[in-house]
Write a new protein. Structure first.
Length: 356
């Protein structure tokens, strides 16, 4: 009996998985991956695993540091606004910013892109963002996975996960164990919401009655969708510069979900606290808009959003000015935000007024 005589002669494509489209995507993104090549990685996609030569980095006693993350429901804003070329930067930043907190230099990155039906143009936009994020972080995009899973995702939807590995010299791992009263807390300014709190952001947009295509009331020249999708700031190169060019950095805290209230205590011991002066916060206008339309009080804002501080650094007081200079010379807006105090609890205490 010939194949044409068979009942139910099905192919994988009939089930909704287009292997040819997947292969075309791999070919199309090879130049993007190649653009992220760095010392230790000559990127060549297509193997079963990505290779990295750790010896080439030149560290004496390296410890590997790994982090993984996603973009969360910020992706839903990207779907609705039909803007796909920035969420890849978010993906890399959420992972790489976590690595630099421990003093590590990001080395390589792998991504996982899953969708119901592979749309080549959308996928290429997403991965172009990932490649841009890798360039900003100094990490090589050495591999990844594209999964086409019919029935798992709605039309036009996808999910992203990222995996980043870095390295730090054993004797330079952060946080240091000598954080003490009088150490200065620096705030490094964020460029917006970054990638946390978007389930609430989307609810606030709905309650406000605004559309993503409307002009953003807090960002001139941008639609609301464009303003909300501004990608997470990459702090890797500036923070590594501060660590390497000064002797003052004791700890960093990436301010993600949970805000300053929940993230800064992760680098504090139980016998000290962090005092943050709210008068010094430099809060982007988007947070005032969210607070107004969401009816949010200061305490809720501070434990939900970064409120203008994407990264916090704890430094020796005599080195604070030098660290601020290095950070600002590397494109940041860094400033004194508070100090370490002798108080049990290992928490954040606030002084001053939260003003939007």
């Amino acid at each position: 009996m010939s194949n044409s005589d068979r009942k139910n002669s099905l192919s994988y494509k009939d089930a909704g998985v287009d292997i040819d489209a997947g292969n075309k995507l791999v070919d199309d993104i090879k130049p993007l991956a190649k653009s992220t090549s760095r010392l230790g990685a000559d990127v060549d996609l297509g193997g079963f695993g990505g290779l990295f030569d750790l010896k080439a980095v030149g560290m004496k006693d390296p410890v590997l540091v790994a982090a993984n993350d996603g973009v969360g429901t910020k992706l839903k804003v990207a779907f609705e606004a039909e803007i796909h070329n920035t969420v890849g930067i978010d993906l890399v930043a959420m992972c790489a910013n976590d690595l630099v907190v421990q003093g590590a230099e990001p080395l390589f990155f792998l991504d996982y892109f899953a969708t119901g039906k592979l749309e080549l143009n959308v996928a290429k936009d997403v991965i172009a963002g990932i490649a841009e994020g890798c360039i900003q972080a100094g990490a090589a995009l050495i591999g990844g996975e594209t999964a086409e899973m019919p029935g798992m995702y709605g039309e036009g939807e996808y999910d992203l996960a990222g995996f980043c590995v870095g390295a730090v010299e054993r004797d330079q791992i952060l946080p240091s164990k000598d954080i003490a009263q009088g150490d200065v807390i620096l705030g490094i300014k964020s460029n917006g919401i970054h990638s946390n709190g978007f389930s609430l952001v989307r609810k606030i947009v709905e309650v406000s009655g605004a559309k993503l295509s409307d002009n953003a009331p807090f960002a001139d020249g941008k639609t609301l969708g464009e303003a909300l999708l501004v990608p997470t700031k990459m702090y890797v190169k500036s923070c590594l510069a501060a660590i390497r060019q000064t002797t003052g950095v004791k700890a960093l805290a990436h301010i993600t979900g949970g805000g300053i209230t929940e993230n800064l205590p992760r680098v504090l011991r139980d016998n000290i606290c962090a005092e943050i002066n709210l008068d010094k916060l430099q809060i982007p206008k988007v947070f005032a808009w969210l607070a107004e339309h969401g009816g949010m009080e200061a305490a809720e804002m501070l434990k939900t959003f970064n409120c203008g501080v994407g990264m916090i650094m704890v430094v020796k007081p005599q080195q604070a000015d030098a660290v601020i200079k290095v950070l600002n010379d590397n494109g940041e807006t860094a400033y004194s935000l508070g100090k370490i105090i002798n108080q049990d609890g290992g928490q954040v205490v606030y002084s001053g007024k939260f003003s939007l």
